[in-house]
Write a new protein. Structure first.
Length: 203
């Protein structure tokens, strides 16, 4: 049975979506079955319209299916990503995560392996605080938090040990170095999730 990986993200202008896609590729390369999902845009139309890049991204969608609670339950491993918003995750992502109370109460999110990723426009603009805030949710679920660390040589150059990240400065798109770190994160998530899931099934 293939390892099942859910990648769920929010993106307003496409950067986090690109990171999510690279992470998903890494998980697939490691042999996992992957569901790449986004969450609903809940911002009012006038807020979206106030930023031409945001409006253009919305107009070009839908970019992925919307994540469901079934996707969360299905997965052995999860990667959750958001742009940094004032040093934390976007409300759109948080709204989805806040619907998981029922699954949490039934213990259905415990023992899944979970990892986080983000993008921010400035180097010290809150990448780590966003990753740690997403990880806080994983602790409450009883999930097994998977950091990126410096697990491969590439990460010594471009990595963020807390999770995949990219500094988008003046709207730059994720570069090769960042996308490679995300690919490594996906591969690592698939590999470790597979070992844990097999162990839990007693295989
Ligand atoms: C409301 C708002 C809040 C933001 N807060 C931060 C922040 O705290 N630190 C930062 O460096 N960038 C911040 N940004 C910039 C975004 O995190 C950045 O542009 C990111 O790459 C966008 O990702 P996306 O293309 O996936 O939406 C903010 C952007 C918006 C619209």
């Amino acid at each position: 049975m293939s390892t099942r990986i859910l990648v769920v993200y929010y993106s307003a202008t496409g950067n986090t979506a690109q990171l999510a896609s690279s992470l998903a590729d890494g998980a697939r390369e490691a042999g996992a079955e992957v569901r790449l999902r986004t969450v609903a845009e809940t911002a009012p139309p006038e807020a979206v319209a106030s930023n031409p890049r945001w409006q253009a991204y919305v107009d070009a969608g839908p970019h992925a299916e919307l994540a469901t609670l079934d996707d969360l339950e299905w997965a052995d491993g999860l990667a959750v990503g958001s742009p940094t918003r004032f040093g934390g995750p976007a409300a759109q992502l948080k709204s989805f995560l806040d619907t998981t109370g029922g699954l949490w109460f039934q213990g259905k999110l415990a023992d899944k392996v979970a990892t986080s990723f983000t993008t921010a426009s400035t180097r010290h603009g809150g990448l780590e605080s966003t990753l740690l805030a997403i990880n806080n949710i994983f602790y409450h679920w009883g999930a097994i938090v998977l950091p990126l660390g410096y697990a491969e040589p590439h990460l010594m150059e471009s990595g963020n040990p807390y999770g995949g990240s990219f500094v988008s400065r003046k709207s730059a798109e994720p570069d090769k170095e960042a996308l490679e770190a995300l690919r490594i994160q996906g591969s690592r998530l698939a590999t470790i999730s597979g070992h844990i899931a097999k162990g839990l099934r007693g295989e």
